[in-house]
Ligand binder design. Structure first.
Ligand code: BGC
Length: 356
């Protein structure tokens, strides 16, 4: 995450080389050159189906010499260096891949969302509603917009002292604020910061060594999910996670109950904001109103949505709350597992130089 471009793209190319070696004899018909769909989950200025320059890194990546470079050309160079005979035929953001994979299986999928390490959404817009789009409009009359909603900021966003400190200490301060309130990379660290403040202000955890509590990212979102979901009568999973990750041992039942409540507050805020983002897009598309007979399906990929049950339930109930009972009947969310990669493969296949 913090090396240079050559190391990063070299690593991806070596994984591809290994995949090909493991696969055995080529499965590509007629010995043709392989084509690759490249899911690149960062903001890109896309210049064609298979080229685009990196605008900036997010999610704590910091490979400075890649910014401003064409990420396809970088990968292509790294593949050649390792003797991988393959051509990138589509460069795809993960939200666009999720939208493509979702709509391949269900044509009513019109929004693709990632709720994982990072967060973002893409949707289908009418091409003539895009002022930026100059020249010939696509034949379908539609175009996919990658919103990069992770970078949304408004003074109305309910940020706290914990969010502000997390942002200040991140590799990209004052950027990706919405993402920092929502996504899996950050939720664990928000909870850790709240617990640290409690440990410094009162003695509910006893006399704890704060070294771990002061270490960024030692508490991960899967730990928060496990604590939140703890159904044991004495909250033994909470006790275990606190001891293991934060060196807070011998907790009382009261302290554990408080920790579960903190996990619930942080995660509910995240899920409710994500639902608000989805409803914003639904409204922009003029859908999801009472009496709208069209189905509106949202394809979602990412570990936060897939594995964190309470997060998913809260997101779903907030959608109903925001849209209203009646209108929400035509709206549904659908887990599209690995959609981001699968969609890139589908788009690459559709754009293959051998397609015709
Ligand atoms: C990136 C997006 C990506 C999202 C989910 C964000 O940090 O800017 O391009 O879609 O993460 O992976």
């Amino acid at each position: 995450m913090s090396g240079n471009a050559e190391e990063l793209f070299g690593f991806i190319a070596s994984a591809l080389a290994k995949f090909i070696a493991d696969e055995g004899p080529t499965k590509v018909l007629g010995g043709k050159q392989r084509e690759l769909g490249f899911t690149f989950s960062f903001p890109v200025r896309q210049t064609s189906i298979a080229s685009g320059t990196l605008i900036k890194w997010t999610k704590e990546f910091a490979v400075d010499d890649a910014v401003g470079e064409d990420v396809v050309a970088e990968l292509q160079k790294a593949m050649e260096k390792q003797g991988v005979d393959m051509r990138v035929s589509a460069l795809i953001n993960d939200t666009v891949g999720t939208l493509a994979a979702g709509s391949y299986n269900d044509e009513d999928v019109v929004i693709g969302v990632i709720l994982g390490t990072g967060s973002n959404a893409a949707y289908v817009e009418k091409a003539d509603a895009i002022p930026k789009l100059k020249g010939e409009l696509p034949k379908s009359g539609n175009m996919v917009i990658n919103t990069e909603w992770g970078n949304f900021f408004s003074s109305r966003l309910p940020t706290t002292e914990y969010d502000q400190a997390l942002d200040e200490e991140s590799v990209n301060p004052r950027e990706q604020i919405f993402e920092k309130l929502i996504s899996g990379l950050y939720l664990g660290d928000i909870v850790r910061r709240v617990l640290l403040k409690i440990a410094t202000r009162c003695s509910i955890f006893g006399d704890v060594d704060q070294t771990k509590l002061r270490s960024p990212f030692v508490l991960r979102t899967p730990d928060v999910s496990a604590m939140h979901h703890d159904e044991t009568p004495d909250l033994s999973i909470v006790a275990e996670k606190l001891a293991e990750n934060l060196k807070i041992a011998d907790t009382t039942f009261e302290a554990r109950k408080m920790v579960v409540e903190i996990c619930d507050i942080v995660t509910s805020r995240s899920a409710r904001l994500a639902a608000a983002g989805i409803v914003g897009i639904i409204r922009k598309m003029g859908r999801g109103t009472a009496g709208d007979k069209r189905r509106t399906v949202i394809a979602i990929d990412g570990g936060l949505f897939e594995h964190y049950v309470e997060f998913r339930q809260c997101l779903e109930s907030t959608l109903v709350e925001l849209l209203g009972e009646e209108a929400s009947e035509s709206v549904s969310v659908k887990l599209t597992k690995d959609g981001s990669g699968l969609g890139a493969a589908l788009i690459a296949a559709a754009h293959s130089q051998y397609a015709n």
